[in-house]
Design a protein around this ligand. Structure first.
Ligand code: NAD
Ligand code: WQD
Length: 348
């Protein structure tokens, strides 16, 4: 029988791509999402792509009763927990909203998992937990610190998971620390669909390319990097999705062979290990899309760091996973999604 996975936040950007990868890998999935930052159309498109309807429940992770109904109706092998809010600037303006959704919501989910004795969790953490890194590439033992409520919410959940693993050895908890997810499904049917003006670089570039936004502001050209602009580890969202399948496979193999010796708390970076500057990404996007990307240099953005890229060795060693897709492919797939869906999932 196929293993069944609960995917919280499965209607979102990374969740939809991961649902496709999970289905292809033979997992059964149940998606639980309150649609606060996503749409039913995304679920419909995933259903079309996988050729079967998705078991979808509209619900909030802070609603224990609703979660209990889901756990009563299904026998889960584990949970992939994407549900959460992710806008750094909004988290500074509305910290309680972020702590409530991301921290309280996760506690409620963990409590219900415990009630139903489901102890396998893959959690969406972030490279943001490393703050301004002391050394590059960043490995999983690097010191953690955060400068904004969004980052604090991720770091707090990591601390909670660590404490949980100490308290009860039957938990298997894998926080995956994503670097900078970009790109879209190669079909052009699903991708990132920001509600408002994008905060992140890649969706901003693609909206300039498609003519929705006039010009990119590049925040800072005086960083100590090769060309003065920020350097990040961009990773294709389909590689990232595959990383979740690899984490589940690892959980399965470990729990099968060593039931008494559980994984506990096992943080793993998901990145490519390569840094790309803002200007390099703009040039790559312009090349594959054959569009001009007008830009201007602006002041550094508060809270930004100069450079951030992963050591991807732990994922390679333990999960037997590594990112495969290039910056050109990330740009190509983003461009296909953006040009086929200039208004995202909202057709009007
Ligand atoms: P997203 O906003 O597209 O997806 C998150 C999903 O969670 C959305 O569908 C939203 O409706 C749902 N959700 C939010 N709060 C919920 C709640 N209380 N109950 C139920 N559903 C809820 O974001 P994404 O880019 O797919 O990110 C997924 C996860 O990965 C998030 O936890 C995010 O913090 C983390 N992450 C994202 C990035 C990135 O750059 N995209 C980087 C690192 C980590
Ligand atoms: C990348 C580079 C900007 C927009 C954020 C979150 C992080 C994680 C991923 C969730 C930087 C520059 C950007 C623009 C620009 N999310 N830039 N003009 O800041 O590395 O990470 O998303 O966990 O927590 O902080 O990503 O795409 O916003 O920025 O010049 O309009 O692009 O200054 O150098 P970031 P980003």
């Amino acid at each position: 029988m196929n293993k069944k996975i609960l995917v919280t936040g499965g209607a979102g950007y990374i969740g939809t791509h991961t649902c496709i990868a999970l289905h292809a890998a033979g997992y059964d999935i149940v998606v639980y999402d309150n649609l606060s930052n996503s749409s039913r159309e995304a679920i419909n498109r995933v259903s079309t792509l996988i050729g079967q309807s998705i078991d979808f429940i509209e619900g909030d992770i802070r609603d224990a009763e609703s979660l209990r109904q889901v756990f009563s109706a299904h026998q889960f092998f584990g949970v992939i927990h994407f549900a959460g809010l992710k806008a750094v600037g909004e988290s500074v303006a509305q910290p309680l909203k972020y702590y409530d959704n991301n921290v309280s919501g996760t506690i409620t989910l963990l409590e219900v998992m415990s009630e139903y004795d489901v102890k396998n969790l893959v959690f969406s953490s972030s490279a943001t937990v490393y703050g301004d890194p002391e050394r590059l590439p960043i490995d999983e033992n690097s010191p953690r610190s955060c400068t904004n409520p969004y980052g604090q919410s991720k770091l707090t959940v990591e601390h909670i998971l660590e404490d949980l693993a100490v308290s009860d050895a039957s938990w298997n908890l894998i926080p995956l620390r994503y670097f900078n997810p970009v790109g879209a499904h190669p079909s052009g049917q699903i991708g990132e669909d920001p509600n408002d003006i994008p905060n992140n670089l890649m969706p901003y570039i693609s909206q300039v390319a498609v003519g929705k936004l006039e010009k990119l502001s590049i925040f800072g050209n005086d960083y100590p990097t090769t060309d003065g602009t920020g350097v990040r580890d961009f990773i294709h969202v389909t590689d990232l999705a595959q990383g979740h399948v690899a984490a589940l496979n690892y959980l399965e193999s470990q729990t099968r062979t060593a039931k008494t010796d559980s994984i506990g708390f096992l943080p793993i970076n998901l990145g490519t290990g390569k840094g790309t500057s803002v200007l390099e990404l703009v040039a790559a996007f312009s090349k594959v899309s054959e569009q001009d990307i007008p830009y201007q240099f602006a002041d550094r953005r508060a809270g930004d760091i100069a450079s951030c890229y992963a050591s991807a060795d732990k994922a390679k060693d333990l999960l037997k996973w590594q990112a495969e897709l290039s910056i050109a492919e990330m740009c190509q797939d983003t461009w296909r999604w953006q040009s086929m869906n200039p208004n995202g999932y909202n057709a009007t």
